[in-house]
Design a protein around this ligand. Structure first.
Ligand code: UDX
Ligand code: UDX
Length: 433
């Protein structure tokens, strides 16, 4: 396979994974980030995000001379004798005040590099951006000899490297066929099916997929509530549904609501773009409303479990991250539930295997500790908010002797209720009989 000279701008979850994985496929990659401290750490071979396999790829790529770092996009595209053939945009596209994606960072990078890119270079948008951004980026660049391609990422945090190296599909969109093929060829070693389409359709795929996943989860959470009211068991119901290959077993776990830095943002953004063209996409709106409601339902459940009033109640939280396998707190449903518990007067101590004491980003509502028994101490209830498998293996007998009341509210249906009961706890799940 031939290798390309690639610049990746934005060395966050998406960009760093993309850069390190492309280097592992044999390409020569420079990752740029405006965060000087981050660049310094990366140059010394250290990754601060919790992403299995990423640090190994980083160290290997650097040792092989295929991965380097730059403190700006300008620097990345100006390395002498290494003209950039493909430039990936992996900068944030946060949700603006209206719910629409904020394209400021994408536009800023486009302006920074537009006069520096060699002729024939391809700019690839990997950030999740509204339909039409490839076209807008092309206009911002103002270069007829530089194509803009949309190549959405489908990486899940906590398994981003695995997802990159074993993708279900590669989606590449561009109105110039040769540019799309050039980008698809970067991944040829992976042997994944490639969907080559126009830029607008490729941009739409990402929103369509993430929004579908969020609707699947809202559906399951609403179903869990219905099961509770009707005396059915959601675990059996979803298992029974999931065997239908058209539905599948994945993404059928009820929880405290879905979160993270992508699903909520993309779902809001899809609603916005639909509204922008006069379409009332009420299905998507209902999915968002169901998600908000889910958090409230969990708080109600916890309040009932401690006797009907949260004021002054000591609650131990197990899990703070938005899902297991990551330390990421952005858009965490656990923190949303915590904020509401706090607002109702509960006193919160939280433990998360990925989140050390004193980590920035946790609300003042929670005192973070580095041991589950400290979270359990004197608690009127323990609440599982993130589905870390290690919570299953906790010494529940030992915990039963430090809590004030032996009550566990398991918003993830994670724990083995028999083990809990044997340890003297009453276990309250979601949608379970
Ligand atoms: C982000 C977006 O949230 C997502 O929608 C998009 O698909 C990809 O980029 P993520 O990688 O998780 O996802 O973001 P983050 O971890 O915040 O990383 C972004 C990086 O870009 C940060 O390291 C930041 O320092 C850097 N950055 C930001 C730049 O280098 N230049 C900028 O102008 C802005
Ligand atoms: C998501 C998409 O899955 C990925 O394809 C995209 O590129 C980025 O956004 P990620 O944000 O890492 O990935 O999280 P994901 O694994 O999708 O989980 C999102 C939320 O749904 C989490 O809060 C998680 O706990 C919740 N979830 C997931 C459930 O509540 N139940 C499930 O069965 C699955």
């Amino acid at each position: 396979m031939f290798s390309r000279r690639i610049a990746v701008v934005g060395a966050g979850y998406v960009g760093l994974t993309t850069g390190a994985c492309l280097a592992s496929l044999g390409h020569s990659v420079v990752c740029a980030d405006t965060n000087v401290e981050k660049v310094k750490r990366l140059r010394s071979g250290r990754v601060t995000i919790l992403e299995p396999g990423l640090e190994k790829l980083l160290v290997e790529g650097m040792a092989a001379g295929r991965l380097e770092f730059a403190a700006s996009a300008r620097e990345a595209v100006s390395v002498p004798d290494k003209p950039v053939e493909v430039l990936f945009l992996c900068v944030p596209t946060p949700m603006g005040a209206t719910g629409a994606a904020d394209l400021g960072p994408v536009a800023a990078v486009a302006r920074e590099v537009r006069d520096l890119l060699p002729s024939g270079c391809v700019v690839v948008n990997k950030s999740t951006v509204p339909v039409g951004t490839a076209e807008a980026t092309r206009r911002l660049l103002g270069r007829k000899d530089v194509a803009v391609v949309s190549n959405p990422e489908f990486l899940r945090e906590g398994s981003a490297v695995e997802d990159f190296l074993h993708p279900d599909r590669i989606v590449v969109g561009c109105d110039a066929q040769d540019a799309a093929e050039k980008v698809a060829a970067l991944y040829s070693k992976l042997g994944a099916p490639a969907v080559l389409t126009d830029a607008a359709s490729a941009e739409m795929v990402k929103y369509a997929a993430n929004c579908f996943l969020s609707m699947k989860l809202s559906y399951v959470n609403a179903l869990a509530e219905l099961c509770e009211r009707l005396g059915a068991d959601v675990a059996d119901v979803t298992e029974g549904m999931g065997y239908d290959r058209r539905i599948g077993q994945a993404f059928l776990q009820p929880g405290p609501g879905w979160g993270g830095s992508c699903l909520p943002k993309d779902t809001h953004a899809l609603l916005q773009v639909a509204a922008g063209v006069g379409l009332d996409f009420s299905l998507v709106a209902a999915s968002l409303a169901t998600n908000d409601r889910q958090r409230t339902l969990m708080v109600d459940k916890i309040r009932t479990a401690v006797g009907g009033d949260l004021a002054g109640q000591q609650i131990g939280l197990l899990g703070l991250a938005f899902k297991a396998g990551t330390a990421d707190l952005r858009g965490s449903p656990a923190l949303a539930v915590a904020a509401e518990l706090h607002a109702q007067g509960a006193v919160l101590t939280g433990y998360d295997p990925g989140v050390p004491e004193g980590v920035p980003g946790v609300t003042d509502a929670v005192r973070v500790v580095d041991d589950p028994s400290m979270a359990a101490k004197d608690a009127a209830a323990l609440v599982v908010l993130t589905e870390w498998p290690e919570f299953r293996a906790l010494d529940w007998r030992a915990l039963s002797s430090v809590v004030a009341e032996r009550v566990v509210v398991d918003t993830r249906n994670l724990l083995d209720s028999d083990v809990l009961r044997r340890a003297g706890f009453s276990w309250i799940g979601v949608g379970r009989r």
